[in-house]
Design a binder for this molecule. Structure first.
Ligand code: SAH
Length: 216
């Protein structure tokens, strides 16, 4: 089977299991080649619904988890989006596809070599300039291009980093795996004036956030 056929089948399965529903998310997952975001050795498994190692002890999340997060992010065209934990760049590329040419994703990754590989894959997808990968501690946000309409964290976090709440646009939404180092709950926070409206979704497992507001 070709990568295209495998990807098509992955999307059919994610829809059948109810992980993805909206036209925009389905189209994005059909369009972005996940195999370009994993190391050569992992390519035969690129379209299996499982996390895969991407080097430096880090992983690309399982497609169903990426799909669930894309649905909960409730994206629209032209948005300014911030990601903590760029990793392979796959998640950021999907977001960029959904928010279109006038949108922008700032993806922060603490490990330089992963950021470099993510940039290459993003370029190969023709998304250069629409996803900007920056090396640094994403738990501090990135003041220069704030406020953000959407913020998503793809690492396990012990708390919601306060700078990220500050950098979230009024009415904006933030998605974060909140909990312990080994098990988290996917939490969505909506900024309404001084209040934060919280919603909890299911359990999830991410690699830990390392940084100012991460695990020590
Ligand atoms: N969204 C990624 C998943 C990456 S896994 C993808 O689609 O592939 C989480 C990533 O978060 C790892 O690459 C890890 O290095 C990174 N990370 C951990 N703490 C971080 C921090 N404080 N700032 C930025 N990146 C961080």
């Amino acid at each position: 089977m070709s990568y295209e056929e495998e990807r098509e089948r992955m999307v059919i399965n994610l829809r059948r299991r109810g992980h993805i529903k909206s036209k925009e998310v389905v189209e994005a997952m059909k369009a972005i080649p996940r195999h370009l975001f994993v190391p050569e050795a992992a390519r035969p498994s690129a379209y299996h619904d499982t996390p895969l190692p991407i080097g430096e002890g880090q992983t690309i999340s399982a497609p169903h988890m990426v799909g669930i997060m894309l649905e909960k992010l409730d994206l629209s065209r032209g948005q300014n989006v911030f990601e903590v934990g760029g990793g392979s760049g796959y998640h950021a590329a999907l977001v960029a596809h959904i928010i279109g040419e006038n949108g922008r994703v700032i993806s922060m990754e603490r490990i330089e070599s992963l950021a470099e590989r993510a940039r290459e894959a993003i370029k190969r997808c023709g998304l250069e300039g629409r996803v900007v990968v920056i090396v640094g501690d994403g738990s501090l946000g990135w003041e220069q291009l704030a406020p953000y309409d959407r913020i998503f964290i793809t690492c396990a976090s012990p708390e919601i980093p306060p700078p990220l709440v500050d950098q979230l646009e009024e009415g904006g939404k933030l998605l974060i795996p909140l909990g312990s180092r080994y098990l988290q709950t996917l939490v969505q926070v909506e900024k309404k004036g001084k209040k934060l409206k919280r919603k909890s979704y299911g359990g999830c497992v991410f690699v830990p956030l390392v940084g100012e507001y991460g695990f020590s």
